[in-house]
Design a protein around this ligand. Structure first.
Ligand code: SF4
Length: 473
């Protein structure tokens, strides 16, 4: 079978991240299409022919993409899409249907997993929709394209209408997946995260799923699939030695869930000399772990702090205290790791006072950088159910689910108030003399961060003054 994988074009020239829980427009990052590369490797392992077009990465627009697709011969096209870029991304499906009407068109989007039927109803050119667990579904799908009723975890269109099959069995062994087919990328030149630094970069997943139950999160309570340290180190070695990758962002939801595995991975990747970044929770780090991570190349950690109000953290089942978050930020900075924190305004119970508490927390803890989002009622989350029950969602269209523009009121706070809180928080950080001094001192101590810091300043100026924190974090 011949399979064509497509990462659709940028959205109004703005890069799009189409990766599992992170399906957003983001003007300051261009990521390699990791999950498509993983699918490519799985398909090749079964003997299929695979081609890939990363239109987002290489800034290929629709006219050029259409021409490229018309030159290809394939039986199945697989692409990823996001809620807010839904109609834009679906042009990929429309082009395929008009040029190769017999080829199956398969779309993947995690965020809309609870709305499988609605997705197909809204996208006539889409034959098959996959929400969660593409790693398990794709191999089954490729084997059963003529008997889709056998493929668990998909929704599909047939002469009988739309059918949503039962849930798929979870992946038993994450290590069993092949290394993504990085060779399909013409180069790594377009890719960067946060700001281009000219250093070769990739993302890597070492685990997926998260057992925590934060009510706003699209992966809350999903089964954890974790690769062994050896498997991850093997992939990092290939990236370093074959593709000269110098910076990796481990894209897991919660990288340090297993302290033991993290320590082992640190031992294995330290000799490779790669700088790396990860996301985790504040209550899953300690000084010894952070020191070991720094020694193994970790240069940045992203904590989802969400709020500086304990009342809000409890209301969203964050399972961590304000004090633990402050301590984790302090410790990470103390060992030399840059700290990126994300905050959410508009979670249940948010008031003017709790917004002030959050901004106060930011001023006290001074993360190296931060992103301030508004709460988004993603379908399928507890937050969505709560907000619907209370009638707080002002726009239910998934195309409006941006993290930079609220669709939801909370108590006496309107969506506009929450958008303002976001801007106020950015001002409180970006114009804080202590924060500026702290980051200057960091660069003085870690001079290899000079180029990154200089480019970051440009990013901040652009973000605040020109882009107004829209399509950006
Ligand atoms: S810890 Fe992070 S990934 Fe896990 S449920 Fe909470 S927000 Fe989601």
């Amino acid at each position: 079978m011949r399979i064509l994988l497509v990462n659709p074009p940028r959205f109004n020239s703005i890069p799009v991240i189409r990766e599992e829980r992170c399906e957003v427009t983001e003007r300051y990052s261009v990521l390699p299409p990791y999950s498509l590369l993983q699918i490519a490797a799985m398909a090749r392992a079964e003997g299929h022919e695979v081609e890939l077009i990363d239109a987002n990465g290489f800034n290929i627009g629709y006219p050029e993409l259409e021409k490229e697709i018309s030159d290809k011969n394939y039986d199945v096209m697989i692409f990823r899409f996001t809620p807010t870029t839904f109609d834009h991304d679906m042009r990929t499906a429309v082009i395929s249907k008009s040029l190769k009407s017999n080829a199956l068109v398969v779309g993947i989007c995690l965020t809309l997993h609870s709305l499988a039927k609605e997705v197909l109803e809204s996208a006539p050119a889409l034959d098959i929709y996959i929400g969660r667990d593409y790693e398990t579904i794709i191999p089954q799908l490729i084997k059963n394209t003529s008997c889709l009723e056998r493929v668990e975890g998909i929704a599909y269109r047939s002469s009988r209408g739309i059918t949503v099959n039962g849930a798929v069995k979870k992946l038993a062994d994450y290590d069993s997946l092949p290394i993504p087919a990085y060779d399909l990328l013409p180069s790594f030149k377009p890719y960067f995260i946060n700001t281009p630094t000219g250093t070769r970069f990739s993302i890597v997943y070492t685990s997926k799923g998260c057992p925590f139950r934060c009510i706003y999160c699209t992966v809350a309570g999903t089964r954890l699939k974790m690769r062994s340290a050896e498997s991850v180190a093997g992939e990092v070695r290939i990236l370093r030695e074959k593709y000269d990758i110098r910076v990796i962002s481990f894209f897991d939801e919660t990288f340090t869930l297993s302290r033991e595995r993290t320590l082992r991975l640190c031992r294995l990747i330290k000799p490779l000399g790669v700088k790396w970044y990860c996301n985790t929770r504040a209550n899953l780090v300690d000084r010894e772990l952070l020191e070991t991570m720094y020694g193994a190349g970790c240069r940045g950690i992203s904590f989802g702090v969400e709020s500086g109000s304990q009342r809000i953290l409890d209301a969203v089942s964050k399972g961590v205290s304000v004090g633990e978050q402050a301590e984790a930020i302090r410790l990470a900075k103390a060992v030399g790791i840059k700290v990126f924190c994300s905050f959410i305004f508009g979670l249940p119970g948010e008031t003017r006072e709790s917004i002030d508490e959050t901004i106060g927390f930011v001023k006290r803890s001074l993360p190296t950088s931060a992103q301030f989002n508004v709460a988004v009622p993603y379908p399928g989350t507890e937050l969505y159910k709560l907000a619907r029950e209370k009638g707080c969602i002002e726009n239910e269209d998934w195309r409006a689910l941006y993290q930079d523009s609220s669709v939801m009121s909370v108590g006496e706070l309107s969506p506009g108030d929450l958008d303002n809180a976001r801007r106020q928080a950015y001002r409180a950080l970006y114009f804080n003399p202590r924060w500026i001094l702290q980051n200057i001192l960091h660069v003085a101590r870690h001079t290899d961060d000079f180029t990154l810091a200089a480019r970051y300043v440009v990013k901040i100026i652009n973000n605040y003054f020109f882009h107004r924190m829209v399509h950006a974090h």
